[in-house]
Design a protein around this ligand. Structure first.
Ligand code: CO
Length: 171
């Protein structure tokens, strides 16, 4: 089921999400709704708080390089529960966007390589060791679990410019 996306500067986006302790059908429904919502907006990542649920859960579905049409396949969706970074190193800059701040794209500096431990929807533990796009997407989504959005990483002047333009959009 597609749910409403929480839009910046809604205070819920500042909430620190809570660890998931029950890997039950409620969690599975949440993950399925997150997928439906993300795909309905052509997004590549979504944290639970973006549909108003303060749980440490996120999904990522990056377009497949081998797939010319860049079709998103549900089976390729990474479902990440209770993530913890084991390592973050290097630095890289890429353009990011966010379904909670639609149509805003900015260059953001993040770690280039990450190692992450997490649980899947059944509570089983896994490790991801990856670079560039997946590493960036993971850092962006995990920031949401900690109440942060990507525009907070902008320089003071760029942030000011963003806030001014954002306010204009809602007049
Ligand atoms: Co986002």
């Amino acid at each position: 089921m597609v749910r409403d996306i929480v839009i910046y500067p809604d205070k819920r986006l500042k909430q620190i999400s809570k660890e998931v302790t029950a890997f039950d059908s409620e969690l599975h429904d949440l993950l399925d709704d997150m997928y439906d919502t993300m795909v309905s907006k052509s997004g590549v990542g979504l944290a639970a708080i973006q549909i108003g649920v303060a749980k440490r859960a996120l999904i990522i579905n990056l377009p497949d390089d081998d797939n010319e049409d860049e079709i998103q396949v549900k089976e390729d969706t990474l479902e990440i529960i209770n993530p913890v970074f084991i390592k973050k190193e290097g630095s890289c800059k890429h353009q990011e966007g966010c379904l909670s701040i639609p149509k805003v794209y900015e260059d953001i500096v993040r770690a280039e390589h990450v190692i992450l431990e997490y649980q899947d929807r059944h509570g089983k533990k896994h490790t991801i060791d990856d670079n560039e796009f997946l590493a960036i997407a993971l850092q962006h989504e995990i920031d949401h679990l900690d109440g942060k959005v990507f525009i907070e990483k902008l320089s003071f002047m760029k942030r000011k410019k963003f806030e001014k333009e954002w306010k204009k959009r809602f007049k």
